[in-house]
Design a protein around this ligand. Structure first.
Ligand code: REL
Length: 980
């Protein structure tokens, strides 16, 4: 049995378990587990809750009775509060409400004993009397022991002990049990239904949750209007404690501990004085965003500040403004942002300099030290190196060693800089501020989830390996609909050793199984992975009618079909799910899939409309109508989210405009892409357009030519026969060569018809041959289309080794290398599903030193057959990774056969303009030139120089390649033959 799938919590402090617990999970394992036990379980963790008793198991619920809950009255209020949630959760699952006790004398029978070491008399007594051994967690950060104990106390037969090393250790234990009995952390935030169980048992044993790898793990509610703010005002009357309690509870259920509150027009600490008090009571560490120093929101300055936000002229006022923040929050766990940016998250003026900033930080620290409380003394002080502030650091500005350096991404999910070995020794450590949502250049993206987890994993893995582990905070916009990547980010922060490139798809499956049951888990996981991958290759806000090529490689058609297929799949599952799961499924899966699909289809339809108008097709008008239908479908879907879903619970939550961007910021209203209409001719009028060309021909004056066919790729090309007039016409099609196969020989066209042409390779002449297809309108003109085929006799699909040139290129998905060499321990590793096409290849370990010849390096080899010789362009399509190691590029080497390698730095042309192109495209394209002297077999080698390069695709071309967004589809290859 593969219990294996669910490894222990945190590998660094886990207790020994049987070897079978450590095997890698399979989908089968997920299904078996889910059918044996409540379907809800903590992702990637061992199951300890069952629905049938086993020897020595603890009875949580049975025969309409539940074990009592006990929390010492002396324990943290936050622990008691969370235990009350557990009380409700047990009721949600079983219908039975456990008694809640706080006085020891009333204890008897079966009890869940919950407490914090050093705060709970009961827990301390159990430790003293050696009933529990907490040596693995005592004194640790946020660690938990869950253990079944017999006769723990006089009169108590059996106990389930949940002991925390600290307050959150106890709270996480409580919520872990909740999740294991069947209450998803998203039960409220995403309406995940609770599956009822009449009996619940905890397996006999000890379960340890060790220290998290990242100490502060949290989210930033940002860019929160119109959606979150509209919803918050309608449902809670403002950003008050009623709203924030929901956020705190979610974070704790996700075993996170940290929050930057909404700040656009809001001031957490003063909008409701209960906000900070309850955050602390719940156990949430509050920060302020990267540009809001000293625990004061920028809005507070807007409301109360006098004089300019300028330290060089207004120091005394600013000092006293900041001092009030420190005084106010001195006894609440916080992180304290230091430094200063210009007012409203802008750079300070050019004349402001490093010396002034150093003075500001020194003064801020002095204010903190003057009001020092034990809490303040333990609070991390944070300097966020965001945008231009990183420049100050690079120019030499320094802060004291105990201040945490918060490194940032480029707002687009690419980390700009990571700690050097020297910086890793700083006592304050380092953290990461990351984005799933952004308002700013080159374009705001704040509507849907566009963050595939392979990319999140790749970047946060770098952060972890380079020691940026003190704080991870991610900008999640309105929180919804970022549920899925939020959970991955926070889980990965807890235990990066649990999730790696080979198993993050397992995370998605476990998540889908927990939320929707085992039956559809694999398929739902695939849908979630696909929609995020598709959104990751081009965010919806950046789509244009011609983003995907309407002419070459049938790219737009393939993208459209991909979305259509995904929507069909997602809708089919919706219908099969039980009614109570449908709201959750709509929020977490169906809505993002459909919403993204509709917007992609809308832009492609508008693009087709433009092309058809230029070609003079009567179908132009149908496409215009279809675009209007799609635009309306988008509005209807938004309406359903806001009004129908969960009886209006999420009204206004999906209010973000997302169609019709004209510059970096959101459009005021969704604006449909412009479409054209045509005035058809009164008569029938045939015209023809072919695959790979925008030209339309009505007779022989324009020469139409299909892209070449070859015996390896065995392409099927299309020919569109269309009408420019209102009356239908008939036509005939013929080829002058017997080896040209046509999908039909004649037809009747009302508006348009698509024919296909292919080659009969059993009779096609060897070498190169050409032919003509003629399409003739009955009683009208004829159009001729040139056909060329290449069928080399010396080379066949079976004899081919590696790839072969087609048209004038070889397009290669990076994982399809024909050989790879390693330079131990450095090796190339596949990141499945990474990036825009198939996957990514990167070098592990990511902390490896850079290597240049003559040092040995790891390489990927691609053997290919070229029909041409001379200069070839080698386009490497890479992840848009940044220069995260100072002073180093992002270099690799290319060589052909045994020629000396060419050193390439992907960041050689590292300008703001190029960065903007890269983040919009989601990839960086780097072209180099190499030569081959003879046609025939050659081997292209891609050598590691700097780690961090992620290679997605290579396009080797002789001359120009037809433009497209995703590059030419992969060329035919025979890897088996090449590997023999
Ligand atoms: O995404 C970011 O980090 C910034 O643009 C925001 O933090 C910023 O505070 C903005 O919302 C408004 O000030």
């Amino acid at each position: 049995m593969c219990f294996s799938s669910l490894s222990l919590w945190n590998s660094r402090s886990r207790i020994a378990q049987p070897a079978r617990f450590k095997r890698v999970c399979t989908v089968l394992g997920v299904l078996i587990l889910a059918s044996l036990a409540p379907r809800c379980f903590a992702l990637g963790q061992p199951r300890y809750v069952e629905t049938a008793s086993s020897p020595g198991s603890f009875t949580l619920v049975q025969a309409g009775a539940a074990a009592k809950l006990y929390v010492d009255s002396s324990d943290y209020a936050g622990v008691t509060r969370a235990a009350h949630d557990l009380q409700q959760d047990i009721n949600r699952v079983s219908g039975v409400t456990p008694d809640f006790l706080q006085a020891r004398k009333s204890l008897s029978g079966n009890v869940i004993l919950i407490g914090t070491i050093g705060r709970s008399e009961v827990i301390d007594r159990l430790i003293r009397e050696h009933k529990i051994d907490v040596s693995q967690i005592r004194g640790k950060w946020e660690s938990t022991l869950i253990q079944v104990v017999s006769h723990p106390l006089p009169g108590v037969a059996r106990a389930l002990v949940i002991a925390g090393s600290d307050k959150r250790g106890a709270i996480y234990g409580i919520y872990d049990l909740s999740e294991q009995i069947g209450v998803s952390p998203w039960y409220w935030w995403a309406d995940v239904p609770v599956r009822r169980q009449s009996a619940l048992f905890v397996k006999d044993g000890r379960y340890i949750q060790g220290e998290p790898a990242v100490k502060y793990r949290g989210i930033f509610l940002n860019d929160e209007a119109p959606s979150l703010t509209g919803w918050v005002y309608e449902k809670f009357g403002g950003y008050n404690h009623l709203f924030y309690e929901k956020v705190f509870e979610l974070l704790l259920r996700l075993k996170a501990n940290y929050l930057w509150p909404a700040m656009w027009n809001n001031a957490f600490n003063e909008d409701d004085p209960l906000n900070p008090r309850l955050a602390d009571e719940y156990g949430i560490v509050m920060g302020t965003s990267h540009h809001e120093p000293m625990l004061r929101a920028q809005q507070e300055w807007k409301r109360h500040g006098t004089g300019p936000w300028d330290y060089s002229t207004n120091a005394a006022v600013l000092d006293s403004f900041w001092e009030k923040g420190i005084e106010r929050n001195a006894n609440y766990e916080s992180t304290i942002t230091l430094g200063m940016r210009g007012d409203g998250d802008m750079p300070m003026s050019e004349t402001d300099n490093v010396a002034l900033l150093e003075k500001i930080v020194a003064k801020q620290r002095q204010i903190i030290s003057q009001h020092l409380t034990p809490t303040l003394a333990a609070d991390p002080q944070v300097w966020a190196l965001y945008k231009e502030v990183q420049g100050y650091y690079e120019k030499g500005m320094r802060v004291p060693d105990d201040v945490t350096l918060l490194w940032c991404d480029d707002n687009w999910g690419n980390i700009r800089r990571l700690p050097t070995p020297a910086e890793r020794k700083r006592s304050g450590g380092a953290g990461i501020y990351y984005h799933f949502d952004y308002v700013g250049d080159p374009r705001s993206y704040k509507w849907l989830n566009t963050n595939p987890i392979p990319k999140v994993w790749e970047q946060m893995h770098l952060a972890h390996e380079y020691g940026a582990n003190r704080i991870w905070i991610v900008n999640v916009g309105d929180l919804k609909p970022m549920e899925f990547p939020i959970e991955f980010f926070l889980d990965y922060a807890r235990d990066p050793s649990r999730w790696n490139q080979d198993n993050f798809s397992e995370f998605t499956q476990l998540w889908a199984a927990r939320e929707f049951g085992p039956q559809h888990a694999a398929e739902i996981a695939e849908i979630v992975a696909k929609y995020t991958k598709y959104n990751g290759r081009r965010k919806p806000e950046l789509l244009e009618p011609d983003t995907f090529s309407l002419v070459h490689y049938q790219e737009a058609d393939r993208v459209y079909a991909g979305w259509e297929q995904l929507t069909r799949q997602a809708e089919a599952i919706y219908k099969e799910l039980p009614v109570e799961s449908r709201d959750a499924y709509f929020e977490l899966v169906l809505y993002p899939v459909k919403a993204s699909a509709i917007v992609n289809e809308l832009y492609i339809t508008a693009g087709r409309n433009h092309l058809h108008a230029a070609q003079g097709r009567v179908s132009t008008n149908d496409l215009a109508a279809q675009a209007r239908v799609l635009f309306k479908e988008d509005a209807d879907l938004t309406y359903a989210y806001n009004h129908t879903l969960a009886h209006g619970k999420w009204d206004k939550m999906m209010s973000q405009t997302h169609i019709g961007y004209t510059f970096w910021n959101e459009p005021p209203l969704n604006a449909m892409p412009a479409v054209s209409e045509v005035q058809p001719d009164a008569d029938a009028k045939m015209a023809v357009a072919v695959d790979g060309s925008a030209i339309a021909a009505t007779d022989n004056s324009a020469s139409l030519r299909l892209p070449p066919f070859d015996s390896f790729n065995r392409q099927t090309r299309f020919i569109d026969v269309f009408n420019r007039g209102i009356k239908p016409f008939e036509y005939s099609v013929k080829a002058d060569q017997p080896w040209i196969m046509l999908s039909s020989t004649h037809g009747a066209v009302d508006k348009e018809q698509r024919l296909t042409a292919a080659i009969d390779w059993s009779s096609a002449p060897a070498g190169t041959a050409s032919g003509i297809i003629t399409i003739e309108q009955r009683n009208g003109a004829a159009v001729k289309i040139a056909v060329v085929e290449r069928n080399p006799s010396a080379l066949t699909r079976a004899s081919l080794q590696g790839f072969v040139e087609n048209e004038n290129y070889v397009s290669i998905n990076a994982e399809h290398f024909t050989a790879r060499t390693s330079a131990r321990p450095i090796h190339w590793q596949r990141i499945p599903d990474f990036g825009e096409t198939l996957s990514g290849m990167t070098v592990m370990p990511v902390t490896a030193q850079s290597v240049l010849p003559p040092q040995p390096s790891a390489s990927l080899e691609y053997r290919m057959y070229l029909f041409d010789s001379g200069k070839f362009n080698i386009e490497a399509i890479l992840a848009p990774t940044l220069r995260f190691v100072p002073g180093r590029g992002l270099r690799y080497m290319l060589s052909i056969d045994d020629q000396p390698p060419l050193l390439v730095d992907a960041l050689a042309h590292d300008s703001e303009k190029n960065w903007a192109t890269d983040v919009k495209d989601g990839v960086r394209k780097v072209t180099s030139t190499l030569s081959v002297n003879t046609p025939g077999y050659h081997t292209l080698k891609f050598w590691m120089v700097d780690p961090g390069v992620v290679l997605e695709k290579l396009v080797v071309s002789h001359g120009s390649v037809a433009p497209s967004y995703l590059g030419p589809p992969e060329s035919y290859h025979n890897l088996q033959a090449s590997n023999n």
